[in-house]
Ligand binder design. Structure first.
Ligand code: JA2
Length: 289
């Protein structure tokens, strides 16, 4: 361990560890579910760490939050009811709220302490909770979805941490089946889907499950997030049967009027389409499942 530096060491990415220079530790605690640490980094702003894994940094969160929210919501004509599973920091809510067609935003986050520390230390993310359309449920997303009436949502966003820890079940087949049931025909889901450099086997299993469960389209997209392992992270974009969804051609562009508050820093329609272009080693696996 180098004094003054945080290294993200994990069995999920053996033999490598991204490091950030630490200026000051701002919070350390243990919730019912995980260890929570927040530090002021020298060059990436404040950083949220759960069980030793970097979740959010102020400098690059825009890439992840904007992509996980706008890839699904810009792909369907008129999203009204949206469900976020995870996302306790509030950043995804801030992005979903840009869509004026949205009338209801439900969020189910398992760890109430994550919500509290985000409101205290990440006001620019937790601002998402201030939108009157937001309903916060603190609890297990698996149980929440089981209780949702069939066909309730236009979009579900699964903003989870990694499959080791509280989010493990959010990567398994039964959960994807419950998401499909909760979506209306032509509804869409977007999930955090790890790195093509590190987790091709996890991605292979997720794609295989999604192709069995979602009768519309199943696509993998990816983007650059410098502080996530390997510097990239991906998303599964799936649609249920019914009205076709072409994720590669956004039908519902973010309007400038939606950006009056704070302009988008990362997402645009070219980046949207480009996100679905994959290197051959990934394409071979994903297109063959
Ligand atoms: N190793 C990649 C981790 C990606 C983490 C994404 C993420 N980080 C979160 C923090 C709090 C709540 C939901 C979150 N979703």
């Amino acid at each position: 361990v180098i004094p003054g530096w945080f290294s993200e060491i994990s069995p999920m990415w053996p033999g490598e560890a991204h490091s950030l220079k630490v200026e000051k530790i701002l919070f350390q605690g243990k919730s019912e579910y995980q260890n929570i640490m927040i530090f002021q980094s020298a060059t990436y702003g404040k950083v949220l760490v759960l069980d030793g894994v970097i979740q959010v940094t102020e400098r690059d969160e825009c890439a992840y939050q904007e992509m996980i929210a706008h890839l699904p919501l810009c792909s369907i004509p008129n999203p009204k009811k949206v469900l976020v599973i995870g996302g306790g920091d509030g950043g995804v809510l801030r992005e979903v709220a840009r869509h004026s067609s949205v009338e209801q935003i439900d969020i189910c986050e398992i760890d109430g302490m994550v919500v509290e520390v985000s409101k205290q230390f990440f006001p620019d993310l937790a601002v998402g909770y201030e939108d009157p359309r937001v309903n916060l449920h603190v609890g297990d997303g698996v149980a929440f979805l089981k209780a949702v009436p069939e066909g309730t949502y236009d979009a579900v966003i699964v903003d989870s941490s990694d499959p080791i820890g509280p989010a493990q079940e959010l990567f398994e087949k039964p959960f994807f089946e419950s998401v499909a049931k909760a979506l209306r025909p032509g509804g869409v889901v977007c999930t955090q889907a790890e790195s093509i450099w590190l987790h091709m086997h996890i991605i292979e299993d997720i794609v295989s499950n999604c192709r069995q469960i979602f009768k519309g389209s199943v696509n993998y997209a990816w983007t650059t997030v410098p502080t996530y392992p390997s510097g990239v992270i991906g998303f599964m974009l799936c649609s249920t049967g019914g009205p076709a969804v072409d994720f590669r051609n956004p039908v519902n562009p973010i309007e400038d009027k939606d950006n009056e508050k704070a302009p988008l820093k990362f997402y645009n329609k070219e980046i949207h389409s480009a996100a679905f272009c994959l290197p051959s080693f990934a394409k071979k696996v994903i297109d063959s499942k």
